[in-house]
Design a protein around this ligand. Sequence first.
Ligand SMILES: [Mg+2]
Length: 356
Amino acid sequence: MSRIILHVDMDSFYASIEKREDSQLEYQPVIVIQGPKEGRGVVAACSYEARKYGVRSGMPLKTAKKLCPEAVYKNTNHELYAEISIRIMNILRQYTDKFESVSIDEAYLDISSIVNDYKEAEKIAKNIKRVIKRKENLTSSIGIAPNKTIAKIASANLKPDGITIVTPDKTKIFLNPLSVKKLPGVGKKTAQELRKLGIKTIHDIVEKPKVTLVERFGKNGAWIWDIANGIDETPVEESEEIKSISKERTLEEDTNNWTIIHNMVEPIISEVHNRTEDENYIFRTIGITLTFEDFQKITRSKTLQKHTLSKQIIQENVIQMLKEFEQKPRKIRRLGIRISNLKPKDEAEHSLDKYI
Ligand SMILES: [Mg+2]
């Protein structure tokens, strides 16, 4: 089934924060500098007023000063930006379990299972923008599309403060006229190489057989051809470090004595459960990993209907999953238990009608 994915991107995040912190900066071009304010600094962000003068992020400070000498120049204040980012990500997380923050000011939300169509998705996007504006006094732009790549390109389409919807039947119309440079992963160098093949727009890629790009760019060429054709199956998922909590233990000796194995289950569960509790998460998926005497590994997992913090539910499911292996003579070397599909515990439970 086709997915519905949101890409939320804050508008000139650093510069907008500086403006918000100092009301005198309203309507003024603001340029945030990474590095020394004089000399070799680089533009980290610039307000939309500054962009009108041709200033762009990544540009040397010297160039920016030539283009827009009257701008207000600020040094980056990463601590403040990070603090605000955490609050914004926590707002976004409340809309769906399938959430992925990709940078300090960008995130993907897969809302396929909570909306029926793009109309409802648009209502959620409007709600997100409104809540961020009200709570943080910052604007954002959102792209809504059937995959991450198109959603990302779409969010940049109507900046600042825009919503761009690309329904599955409109992906070709939306993508085809765009420059290849709009494709994530196509930098200046790749764009130059593509030009040598006579390719300037996404439509030019679509016209070529996939093999032409693969021959020229290898794996990256296959990726470029796929996304130009609107194909991107990459899931929306939280980065690895907070995706799961797990613990593995090796038995004192390899055994198929299940009394011994069962005795080891309880302390591992306690450890995993304590950590989940300490880190303030609730979970939805429980998994086991068994390593046999020949080092072969087998994993099993079970995803629940709802998130929970119940230790008893871990126990019941682990015991259930282990049953499959109990009658077999193979000796077990190592046992692991893993809790995943985590989300922060104190997030308010939400119902859809709150948002649409
Ligand atoms: Mg941004």
